[in-house]
Design a protein around this ligand. Structure first.
Ligand code: COA
Length: 244
């Protein structure tokens, strides 16, 4: 791949956005390559660690390409379709954000299940300054993540959320020095990897189910897991430990 560095491991996949000369701006080629990563993770579900470069996560959609797009391309939802696919990946996704996550870069991070940030992280959606809306998820996801008042400050008034504020509003789960960022994101995935993969996968599915699907979807997921040999093994191990 030309715009991504992909490190495929047994228990996770690490993807680094890699267009350093364009501050990792998300162009059509990167969109295509991220779709390939989604295909990989849908076929062989593993957690995803998504990161950027030193001091920049992604500076948004590629403005040179956006300039040339018209109504038909907007209706295709090129970035929003990709980000929704990432949101629906079977296993958890973690964005590790160092530096700028702006526009589509911020929306890509918002689409992940969890975010960890360096002290240099800055989230923002300056799209109205370019004469467009943040059309790939920020207008609804950011409100869900941080609440309407702060989302409106970002989307309507160009407010940028720095690392400290991102931690305060729980947009990111932790903040660390840039040099520690990747290790902290891996540590988060290590914690997840201790759980049953099937339980993790179904927990994500149930968490993201629409309100009207509950509690039926919870019961169905539990019915699948109650019959899973791994549940028996894990529970028996716990009970045996108590008895010894
Ligand atoms: N799309 C296309 N190219 C971009 C880009 C984007 N979103 N963001 C940065 N670039 C390019 C610049 O055009 C420049 O290219 P050049 O070297 O050929 O001139 C290169 O990346 C470096 O950008 P520069 O602005 O010089 O870097 P910086 O470190 O001074 O500033 C940012 C970094 C992120 C603050 C700044 O690039 C920026 O504001 N980018 C646009 C953010 C934005 O509006 N995003 C929303 C898009 S929907």
């Amino acid at each position: 791949m030309r715009t991504l560095l992909v490190d495929e491991r047994g228990d996770r996949v690490v993807v680094r956005l890699h267009r350093p000369d364009a501050r990792n701006a998300i162009d059509a080629e990167m969109v295509g390559e991220l779709h390939q990563v989604c295909g990989l993770l849908e076929g062989d579900p593993r957690p995803l660690l998504l990161t950027g470069g030193d001091g920049v996560f992604a500076a948004g959609a590629d403005i040179g390409e956006l300039l040339l797009r018209g109504r038909d391309e907007a209706l295709q939802g090129i970035n929003s379709t990709l980000f929704e696919r990432i949101r629906r990946l079977p296993m958890p996704t973690v964005a590790a954000v160092d530096g700028y996550a702006l526009g589509g870069g911020a929306e890509l991070a918002y689409a992940c299940d969890l975010r960890v940030a360096s002290t240099r992280a800055v989230f923002g959606n300056p799209e109205p300054n370019l004469g467009i809306i943040a059309g790939a998820g920020a207008c609804w996801r950011l409100k869900e993540l941080v609440g309407e008042p702060l989302a409106k400050l970002v989307l309507l008034a160009g407010h940028r959320i720095d690392a400290a504020e991102a931690k305060d509003c729980r947009l990111v789960s932790e903040v660390c020095e840039p040099a520690e960022l990747e290790a902290r994101a891996h540590a988060l995935i290590d914690r997840m990897a201790k759980a049953s993969a099937a339980a993790l996968r179904l927990t994500k599915l149930v968490l993201d189910a629409p309100p009207q699907a509950h509690p039926a979807v919870d019961h169905l997921a539990q019915a699948v897991l109650f019959e899973d040999p791994e549940k028996h093994a894990r529970m028996q191990k716990f009970l045996d430990k108590g008895a010894s």
